[in-house]
Design a protein around this ligand. Structure first.
Ligand code: MD6
Ligand code: FE
Length: 206
């Protein structure tokens, strides 16, 4: 692993870094950016609905429908483009990616997940993006979550990692297809955001 460019950078696995508090400065811009978001609970192939509410920002948004999962330039719910990714958020994504060893990252999609207490995300891989060489930059705001970090197969052992308000995780390289999820949200409300957690994942999808 290379010498980190961010003093508090903590290695998680090969290609994956935790950058504690790196997003604190960009939090107001992130909250402004999602203010106009239209939230929805996507249906999953099994027939149920996700407990996490989702929205998207930027040129491409991740959507789930009867045809599966894909990226779309328009919101199927509104027929409109997704709200824009503000410059401050793009700057944060570039800074985080560079700090983790991925210079030149230009995200074109940001999936936003909103968790109420009890909401969770099952173990999954993120593999709908075209070019696996780009990492994913994940920003957490609000209540602390327990992130589940598995391995490259569904049955690999799972580590538990606390993600706090302002924390950034970057992963790519050998970790790009790691199985991961989020345990049911629990614990005290956040002083600023109340009883919820927001997670922003910035990606190069197209
Ligand atoms: C979440 N995050 O933290 C869910 N995926 O709410 C993800 O599923 C995720 O944080 C890929 C890369 C980073 C992530
Ligand atoms: Fe994911």
């Amino acid at each position: 692993m290379q010498a980190p460019l961010f003093a508090d950078a903590t290695p998680i696995a090969d290609g994956a870094w935790l950058l504690p508090g790196l997003a604190l400065g960009a939090a107001p811009a992130l909250l402004d950016a999602v203010a106009p978001a239209v939230w929805r609970h996507y249906q999953v192939p099994g027939g149920g609905r996700m407990s996490v509410a989702m929205a998207a920002l930027g040129p491409l948004g991740w959507v789930a429908d009867a045809g599966g999962y894909r990226y779309s330039a328009v919101d199927p719910l509104t027929g409109q483009p997704w709200p824009a990714l503000p410059a401050a958020v793009l700057a944060l994504a570039r800074e985080a990616a560079a700090a983790a060893g991925y210079p030149g990252f230009e995200p074109d999609a940001c999936l936003v997940n909103r968790y109420a207490p009890g909401a969770r995300m099952g173990l999954h891989q993120d593999r709908d993006e075209r070019d696996r060489r780009w990492p994913i930059v994940s920003v957490s705001l609000g209540m602390t979550a327990t992130f589940l970090w598995g391995g490259l197969t569904r049955r690999a052992p799972v580590r538990r990692l606390a993600l706090h308000h302002g924390d950034v995780v970057v992963w790519g390289g050998a970790s790009r297809y790691t199985y991961h999820g989020v345990a049911p949200l629990a614990g005290p409300a956040h002083p600023l955001l109340g009883a919820q957690r927001l997670n922003f994942t910035l990606r190069r999808a197209g």
